[in-house]
Write a new protein. Structure first.
Length: 384
């Protein structure tokens, strides 16, 4: 049995990894994550959650303010609408562009719809401002620091020239949250650059799943307070593994896109981390340090024989038995060509296993934070 250079350098290290896997339990390693629903959905809630959006793509917002106002104008009562949608709660973003009906805002809405955008600096220099003044309880102090957001200001007229059927679908396309890259940190062994884990202003936009896994484990902070992620200490994250894994993701062309939400309990944050890892073909391994196991070409360091094992009863399960294992997966991914909805890709089949098992056994697996069909198919084959 060959040991991976990415996960172990000795039999002792392998034993430690096995202990960590045992702690996790087979259910965490094998069970498919729940589908997260549509990333394009607009979220309306009494106690709105904070989103973390990773990668590049289209998302619906989380409504933080919604009010009609303006008295009566041209016989239309309260003709103005001011809505503020938050898109990412871990700014600043690289970019954000208002979209209507899944496309950039067209001139069709000129004089009837205005937008104001912010990237999510912390602190923000000013609040989003409606084109038509007078939105109740909204003023210069209504800042949303740290949130990438858009203010949507619409005007309704008695002839219903633009909004006869109600408001269109609002959304945004952007390059979203930044992440820390240990490879770009000159204070770390092998690193070179200005990134510093305790200074989010040095972080940059990326769509690398491994970097988001490490950053989410460390956490996002504003005013020295954690706002997203697991808030682990710097030394509690295996940044060497993160750096190595990030290189593998880049070599494979694997990226991440999608969103997760907080607040939530520790189980919710762990589920978020697991989903992030899945996008890069990995999984978190708890221990004295939170490390990561990931799929990559392996270099055999040697062979473990019976002579290398301790005396007494020995038992190891290398993989699922034939009765329990699946040999085909229908991967689901977020398809940009389908308005960023989750769709099923072509079934991935391990034909050799089908022959061995005597039948095809299929499961559906949602790659919630993957937007490339080829990546989803590659990850599905790795899982088989």
């Amino acid at each position: 049995m060959g040991l991976s250079a990415a996960t172990a350098t000795s039999v002792a290290a392998f034993a430690g990894l096995a202990a960590s896997v045992s702690f996790l339990g087979a259910g965490v390693l094998q069970k498919a994550p729940p589908a997260r629903g549509s990333v394009s959905q607009v979220v309306v809630a009494v106690d709105p959650p904070r989103p973390l959006v990773m990668g590049e793509g289209y998302v619906g917002g989380v409504v933080r303010y919604d009010a009609a106002y303006g008295g009566t104008v041209s016989k239309v009562p309260n003709p103005y609408l001011w809505q503020v949608h938050v898109y990412n709660g871990c700014g600043p973003n690289e970019s954000i562009t208002p979209y209507i009906e899944f496309a950039p805002v067209s001139s069709y809405y000129t004089d009837f719809l205005y937008t104001d955008t912010q990237l999510g600096a912390s602190p923000e220099s000013a609040a989003l401002t409606p084109h038509w003044s007078g939105a109740p309880s909204w003023g210069s102090s209504s800042k949303l620091s740290g949130f990438a957001a858009i203010g949507w200001n619409a005007k309704f007229d008695k002839d219903a020239k633009r909004f006869a059927n109600g408001l269109p679908i609002f959304g945004a396309y952007g390059k979203w949250a930044p992440a820390y890259d240990p490879r770009l940190d000159s204070t770390r062994s092998g690193g070179s650059g200005a990134h510093r884990v305790n200074d989010p202003d040095t972080w940059e936009w990326t769509d690398n799943p491994a970097l988001f896994a490490g950053t989410y484990a460390y956490g996002y902070y504003q005013n020295d307070e954690p706002v997203m992620g697991m808030a682990l200490a710097d030394e509690a994250v295996d940044w060497v593994a993160v750096a190595d894994w990030a290189n593998v993701c880049e070599d494979n062309g694997w990226t991440i896109f999608g969103r997760v939400f907080e607040p939530g309990d520790a189980n919710q944050r762990w589920a978020n981390l697991v989903d992030i890892c899945i996008a890069g073909g990995g999984q978190p391994i708890p221990g004295a340090q939170l490390s990561f196991h990931y799929w990559a070409p392996r270099i055999s360091l040697g062979t473990i024989t019976e002579k290398a094992l301790a005396e007494g009863t020995r038992r190891i399960t290398a993989m699922k038995g034939n009765a329990a294992r699946i040999n085909a997966i229908v991967p689901k991914f977020t398809d940009p060509g389908s308005n960023f909805e989750q769709v099923a890709a072509e079934e991935v089949i391990a034909t050799t296993l089908v022959v061995e098992d005597g039948e095809k056994k299929t499961e559906e697996f949602p790659f919630n934070l993957v937007k490339d069909v080829n990546q989803a198919s590659q990850l599905a084959m790795y899982r088989i």
